[in-house]
Design a protein around this ligand. Structure first.
Ligand code: GSH
Length: 230
C-alpha cells in the first residue's frame, strides 16, 4: 500500500517545511512506498480529515498520523522489520532531545534569516496568510525580521557550531550511517535551501560536507528538490 504524505508546498513546487523533510527522509530510510500530496497553507481543507491544521500528515491505509515526531514513532513501531530510525530505546530518547532542540534552537535562529525569503517563494494564495500570521507571532512583519543583523548571524553560527561539535569526525550525526537524528537536523537545511539563496554554511565547514552527504542520500532525493545550491 502506498502511504500518502501531505506536504507543505510553495511556488514552483518548493517543499519548504522542515517537518515534512524529516518525514520524507524517514519514509525513504524505511524504504516505504509513498506519494506526496502538496498542500498550501490555505489548503487546510485537504488535511481536515486529520483533525488538526498542521503539516506533515500521513495516511497509511486507514491510519492517519500528524506531527513529524509522532509519524516517526509510528513508522518505527509499524515497520519494525525495516531499517531502524532510532536504533532502540536509547536512540529514541536521544532523538527526542534533538527534536526539541531543533524546534526551539535551530529553527528559531534560522527563521530570522529566511522568513522574508519564505514569503517571496509562496504561492500567491498563501502570501497574505503567511505575512499576517507571522507578523502576529513575531510582533513585526517578515521583512523587518529578516535583516540578517550581526546578532542574528551570530546566533545562527552558534547553533551550527553545536552541530559541528556533535558531528566530530563522523560521517553522520548518528554515526557511520544516517538515522532520524540526522533527518531532524537536515529538515532545517532542506527548508532553507528550498526558498533562500543566502549561504548559511561555508564550503570548508564540516557541516557543509554533512549537508551534502544528506542531499545525496536516497538517490539524491533532497539534492534534486527545487531549491538553491548554496
Ligand atoms: N510539531 C509539528 C509542527 C508542524 C508545523 O508546525 N508545520 C507547519 C509547517 S512547517 C504548519 O503546518 N503550519 C501551518 C500554519 O502555519 O498554518 C511537527 O513536528 O510536525
Amino acid at each position: 500500500m502506498v502511504i500518502e504524505l501531505y506536504e507543505l508546498v510553495g511556488r514552483d513546487d518548493r517543499r519548504f517545511s522542515p517537518y515534512c523533510w524529516r518525514t520524507r527522509m524517514g519514509l525513504e530510510h524505511k524504504g516505504l512506498d509513498y506519494k506526496t500530496i502538496p498542500v498550501r497553507f490555505t489548503d487546510k481543507d485537504l488535511i481536515a480529515f486529520s483533525g488538526q491544521g498542521r503539516i506533515p500528515v500521513i495516511k497509511d491505509g486507514e491510519m492517519v498520523v500528524s506531527d513529524s515526531w509522532a509519524i516517526a514513532e509510528y513508522l518505527e513501531q509499524t515497520y519494525g522489520d525495516r531499517p531502524a530510525l532510532f536504533g532502540g530505546e536509547t536512540g529514541h530518547g536521544l532523538a527526542q532531545f534533538l527534536n526539541v532542540w531543533a524546534d526551539r534552537s535551530l529553527h528559531s535562529a534560522l527563521i530570522r534569516l529566511v522568513i522574508a525569503d519564505i514569503l517571496d517563494h509562496l504561492d500567491e494564495a498563501d502570501r497574505d496568510y503567511f505575512a499576517e500570521s507571522r507578523t502576529e507571532w513575531f510582533g513585526k512583519p517578515p521583512r523587518e525580521i529578516q535583516t540578517r543583523s550581526e546578532e542574528d548571524l551570530k546566533a545562527f553560527r552558534q547553533v551550527v557550531s553545536m552541530i559541528r561539535a556533535a558531528l566530530g569526525d563522523r560521517q553522520f550525526l548518528s554515526g557511520a550511517a544516517p538515522a532520524y537524528g540526522d533527518y531532524i537536523v537536515f529538515g532545517a537545511f532542506g527548508w532553507a535551501r528550498s526558498i533562500s539563496d543566502f549561504p548559511l554554511l561555508s564550503e570548508d565547514d564540516d557541516v557543509y560536507a554533512w549537508r551534502a552527504r544528506m542531499m545525496d542520500l536516497f538517490d539524491g532525493m533532497a539534492g534534486k528538490a527545487v531549491g538553491y545550491d548554496v
